[in-house]
Design a protein around this ligand. Structure first.
Ligand SMILES: O=C(O)COP(=O)(O)O
Ligand SMILES: [Mg+2]
Length: 223
């Protein structure tokens, strides 16, 4: 493998964060006096950052139509969600099998590792520390670190520029259409993981360069 930089997605790729996200979402809905949803519904609402998760939960579906929510309503719900997620984040979030060892093997093999998530950046350091990963990544960007988030290629290109690495030497690795499209939009190779959250769609339908059903297979491919 002649590439230098591996850019990883976070939720659904390295960590299974949906149990905590679902608890926070339902805590928000309960606070607002609305009906709660099962984790299997909420899993399909993750991927475009907290704001979209909150809006989808308020309307109870993936597609939020123009005019269905007021900005004030969504702003308030987002603040309630942030508080709830801040209080519980970490307790039920686990790394997927072979991720911890796999990341260390890839780093030891000479790759530079970076993290680009659509999760708000304020929640990221605490989760990284909980897995002892705080020094693994040369660059870490959240969904609100720049004006745009994945599937826009800007966060990926920003990381390449900060690390002075040609995007042609980078690979985007993730579980969702937002990761694969961001990588394709940045003209990078893309590697898909099938076990995460992709709105119920098979990641292979997005035509990543390769796709894997577990993290160990991804590591084998890269070493
Ligand atoms: O917070 C989200 O919506 C998903 O975050 P991710 O980009 O790490 O998958
Ligand atoms: Mg993801």
């Amino acid at each position: 493998m002649d590439k230098q930089l591996l850019i990883f997605d976070f939720d659904g790729t390295l960590i299974d964060s949906v149990p905590d996200l679902a608890d926070a979402t339902n805590a928000m809905l309960t606070t607002l006096g609305k009906e709660t949803y099962p984790i299997d519904s909420i899993r399909n609402w993750v991927g475009n950052g907290s704001r979209m998760l909150v809006e989808r939960a308020l309307v109870g579906k993936v597609e939020v139509l123009e005019g269905e929510l007021t900005v004030e309503e969504a702003d308030h719900a987002e603040q309630v969600f942030f508080e709830a997620y801040n209080n519980i984040s970490g307790s039920k979030t686990v790394a997927y099998p072979d991720v911890d060892n796999g990341l260390k093997k890839l780093k030891d093999a000479g790759y530079t590792l970076a993290l680009v998530t659509n999760k708000p950046i304020r929640f990221v350091p605490k989760i990284l520390r909980s897995f002892g990963w705080q020094d693994l990544f040369a660059e870490v960007l959240g969904g609100d670190s720049l004006a745009v988030k994945k599937p826009d290629p800007a966060p990926l290109l920003h990381v390449c520029e900060a690390l002075n690495i040609d995007p042609a030497q980078a690979i985007m690795i993730g579980d969702s259409r937002n990761d694969i499209l961001a990588g394709q939009n940045a003209n990078m190779d893309t590697l898909g993981l099938s076990y995460g959250y992709n709105y119920g769609q098979d990641i292979r339908e997005l035509n990543p360069t390769e796709a894997f059903d577990d993290f160990a297979a991804l590591v084998d491919y890269l070493l």
